[in-house]
Design a binder for this molecule. Structure first.
Ligand code: NAD
Length: 282
């Protein structure tokens, strides 16, 4: 595989993905429809690389060469020479379906098309292309430069060869990949979201305050962060969207989003990104 990677979408996940590939020595093109998103992404990568230099994770010359390996582009056509394209655009199914059909036309025939989606079916994304054997999920965790896991999701048609290449590439980033199959929410959100939702039911029913619920799970279960604080970090609107995918896809009412979660989203209390969720952020 040549060393060129294209990342489509340069938001909080896309810039993290570009960051880790560039540090590992790959040439990366970040593509976004928004010029200002690309500028913000480059500034964020520069800041985060600087933080890694301060913490002695990398040295100053590694920071400079990583930055030099990243280019930005507003046109999807710049993915034409990439060996691997990772889509990390907004979590909307129709948008991703269109992107995969377009990328299938643009990318070289041997290229692998991966998605960082949290919940959209990899099998369905593959079906939008003429190369479903080369379509796969590469689910990085937030923040990408810090988190160890890459959940590698096989669609129904994903080949063994594609899976093996993506597992190997993930390891070359210093990450630990875990292979799973394509079902709604994969493993990560299938297991995590019901716990978060149940914590919100506990809050709604007055079983405990947000502080007590989070403290029970932190100290009692050794979780680094309570489920309500984690929901705030993910974004409460995203939590609703993922629970709806689980409920629709698996047909079980146990995944229904808690009414209190919906109420917070209706109020615009989306978690950290809006300054208020189950906790307040200044
Ligand atoms: P974000 O809103 O921060 O960034 C999305 C970016 O996509 C924006 O910059 C937007 O301009 C760009 N975009 C939209 N349409 C585009 C198009 N047609 N072509 C190119 N760029 C386009 O979102 P995010 O939090 O970075 O999430 C991106 C993906 O990663 C989603 O699929 C999400 O489910 C997944 N994900 C998010 C998290 C998380 O904690 N935020 C964790 C794991 C996976």
């Amino acid at each position: 595989m040549s060393e060129k990677i294209a990342v489509v979408g340069s938001g909080q996940m896309g810039n993290g993905i570009a960051h880790v590939f560039a540090v590992a020595g790959f040439d990366v093109t970040m593509i976004d429809v928004s010029r200002s998103a690309l500028e913000r992404a480059r500034a964020t990568i520069e800041k985060n690389l600087g933080r890694q230099v301060e913490k002695k994770v990398i040295d100053a010359s590694a920071r400079d060469s990583a930055l030099a390996r990243i280019s930005t582009n507003e046109s999807l056509a710049s993915a034409a020479d990439a060996a691997l394209v990772i889509e990390a655009a907004t979590e909307r199914a129709e948008l991703k379906f269109t992107l995969f059909a377009d990328l299938d036309r643009i990318a070289q025939p041997s290229a692998i098309l991966a998605s960082n989606t949290s919940s959209i079916s990899i099998t369905e994304l593959g079906a939008r292309t003429k190369r479903p054997a080369q379509v796969i999920g590469m689910h990085f965790m937030n923040p990408v430069p810090v988190m160890q896991l890459v959940e590698v999701i096989r669609g129904l048609a994903t080949s063994n060869e594609t899976t093996a290449r993506v597992l190997e590439l993930s390891r070359s980033l210093g990450k630990t990949p875990v292979e799973v199959n394509d079902y709604p929410g994969f493993v990560s959100n299938r297991v995590l979201m019901p716990m978060i939702n149940e914590a919100i039911y506990c809050l709604m029913e007055g079983v405990g305050s947000a502080e007590s619920i989070d403290t029970v799970m932190k100290l009692g279960m050794n979780h680094p962060m309570g489920p309500l604080a984690l929901a705030d970090l993910i974004g409460l609107d995203t939590c609703v969207a993922i629970l709806e995918v689980l409920q629709d896809g698996l047909g079980d009412p146990k995944y229904r989003p808690c009414p209190l979660l919906r109420k917070y989203v209706a109020a615009g209390w989306l978690g950290r990104k809006s300054g208020r969720g189950f906790h307040e952020y200044s």
